[in-house]
Design a binder for this molecule. Sequence first.
Ligand SMILES: Cc1cc2nc3c(=O)[nH]c(=O)nc-3n(C[C@H](O)[C@H](O)[C@H](O)COP(=O)(O)O)c2cc1C
Length: 169
Amino acid sequence: METFHTIINRRSIRKYKFKKIEDEKINLLLKAAMYAPSAMNLQPWHFIVINSESVLNEIVKSIPHAEMIKQSGNAILVCGDSSLEKNESWLIQNCSAAVQNILLTAYDMQLGSCWIAVHGMPDVVNNVVRQFSLPSNIIPIALIAFGYPEEEVKTEERFRLDKIHYNKW
Ligand SMILES: Cc1cc2nc3c(=O)[nH]c(=O)nc-3n(C[C@H](O)[C@H](O)[C@H](O)COP(=O)(O)O)c2cc1C
């Protein structure tokens, strides 16, 4: 039940100690991402690791609601390759599974993380495409802030019987 414990206890962390994460740890996060399920196992994702202070400062101009990454000092931009996965819905679902694997693995490594919206916000998507000179087939899906947590977040009970349906609505 270790996985269950991680799923239940992972929380979005928005306050961080500014500290670089070692490359080996970042590679574990990326490995976890690459083991996510993907339709027809196309693995249509790319990851931009962001840990340079100047790029972090720039990205806050592209994604104004990503201020927390100036504190976390580390972020990963998860992108989908629309030339590999032509079904946009599946592209987003595949990349979202990769994002969740990163969030859960970060928690396992005693790191905090937070999913920051990119896809679905056209102005933000355009800014990110411009900032990173993304090729036309590369679609930014989400930014993940991660780092050493400076807060502990608890949550309410979320298990709700009224959300569950057996055999019919
Ligand atoms: C698609 C998506 C977009 C999100 N975007 C943001 C965001 O831009 N900023 C933020 O602080 N949190 C963002 N979150 C995190 C949610 O706010 C968070 O998951 C939710 O409040 C539940 O809290 P928990 O992650 O601690 O369980 C996003 C989550 C998802 C799935």
